[in-house]
Design a protein around this ligand. Structure first.
Ligand code: LLP
Length: 385
């Protein structure tokens, strides 16, 4: 992925920075087109994974829509040229101001997560003389086998409406005059690397959809959410996730009605592998058990290891010396500010460059200003051509 010419260019740039390989992003989108869009599936990019305009432009040009979870994400999507009818708006805690942004923008769908939210949305739509299209997010109680901080489809999670509330919902919806029900929505979690949870999800959706139909609610779309995982251990062996197998699960298991649209909201699997965090070694320090490579990127630039014990591969770009064992750590005064512990890497020295891989999703967007650190910059492959 990193040619010697590219590494030479990296040496000229101030570190740390995110580097995005836009060719890889385009290849990824081509596979989604081939295995998903070409079959009629609609894919909304979960903008929370990466909201950079350059990235959004490429995603929009590939024909995807966008899935937002805040008013500002809706505004950013419009700025990036997405049309209102390509925008869905999810989230358990939408403020009145955010709901009004959605209404004014006339987005395709509010993905509603509670009975109270439906009532508030109806009232605000009425006050603004609008009709809101709504998809009901249901909690399917499906085990996603992922980190407990990023599982979302179990009863104990805060997301979605418990199907036990369906009788109440069926009674309420016809009485909400400024709401039009157009679909049902699910999202069971993130970084799901097996297909089984998606098969289970299809089975749950099939039976829940029947319940809606029995009550006379015909659904324009079903939205299966996102969550498809990527290979963090060995990104070069699988730079593009296996979208063929992913979409085949739904071809085989989902019961779709005539003319019904099927939507997905993929984030990580689209942008994860195209981004790397490039950082410089500041100091090498001998420890008792291991040496420390102290680099100039920290949890302020990439919080995933500190927050989810996530493991991102660290590649050394500028040394090919015999390996030594290191803890690769950031400069922040927190012990959790550690990228890798006890890994074998070519011997490092001050000034060497490393790439922290698979950081395109939930990397730059989750960076923070802790310690008054400078906002991390982005560099795109076309900038360095
Ligand atoms: N749809 C909804 C309703 C979601 O909540 C999410 C992610 C997605 C779609 C996109 O999921 P994806 O395809 O990216 O897995 N910050 C965490 C991940 C949190 C995901 C939250 N929801 C991480 O860095 O692992």
């Amino acid at each position: 992925m990193f040619t010697s010419q590219l590494i030479e260019k990296f040496r000229q740039l101030p570190t740390p920075f995110y580097y995005y390989d836009l060719d890889l992003l385009r290849q990824t989108l081509a596979r989604i087109t081939e295995h998903g869009l070409a079959k009629g599936y609609q894919v909304h990019f979960a903008i929370k994974a990466n909201f950079n305009i350059e990235i959004l432009n490429i995603i929009r040009e590939a024909g995807l829509g966008v899935d937002c979870v805040s008013g500002r994400e809706i505004e950013r999507s419009i700025k990036a040229g997405f049309r209102p009818e390509q925008i869905a708006f999810a989230g358990v805690g939408k403020t009145d101001e955010e709901i009004r942004i959605g209404l004014d923008t006339e987005i395709y769908s509010f993905n509603c997560e509670s009975i109270q939210e439906l009532e508030v949305l109806n009232r605000l739509a009425h006050e603004n003389n609008k009709m809101a299209s709504v998809s009901i997010r249901l909690n399917p109680n499906v085990e996603a086998n992922t980190h407990r901080y990023i599982t979302t489809g179990l009863h104990e999670n805060k997301f979605g409406i418990n199907p036990g509330k369906l009788p109440l919902l069926f009674d309420l919806i016809p009485r909400l005059e400024n709401i039009r029900l157009n679909g049902i929505h699910f999202h069971i979690g993130s970084q799901i690397t097996e297909l089984r949870p998606f098969i289970d999800l299809c089975n749950r959706v099939n039976s829940l959809q029947n319940l809606f139909e029995e009550k006379g609610f015909l659904l324009e779309h079903v939205n299966l959410g996102g969550g498809f995982g990527i290979n963090y251990e060995d990104p070069d062996s699988e730079p593009v996730p296996d979208f063929k197998s992913f979409f085949e699960v739904f071809d085989r298991n989902l019961e779709i009605r005539d003319g019904q649209q099927v939507h997905f909201e993929l984030g990580r699997s689209i942008v994860g592998q195209c981004g790397s965090l490039i950082s410089k070694v500041l100091f090498i320090k001998d420890g008792i058990n291991t040496d420390f490579a102290i680099i100039d990127a920290g949890m302020t630039e990439l919080i995933r290891p500190a927050l989810y014990q996530a493991s991102h591969r660290v590649d050394v770009l500028t040394s090919s010396k015999p390996p030594k064992t290191y803890d690769v750590v950031g400069p922040i005064c927190e012990s959790s500010d550690t990228f890798q512990r006890g890994i074998r890497l070519p011997e490092l020295e001050r000034g060497d460059l490393v790439a922290i891989r698979s950081a395109g999703a939930y990397g730059e967007v989750m960076s923070s200003g802790f310690n008054l650190r400078d906002r991390v910059k982005a560099v795109y492959s076309h900038d360095l051509d």
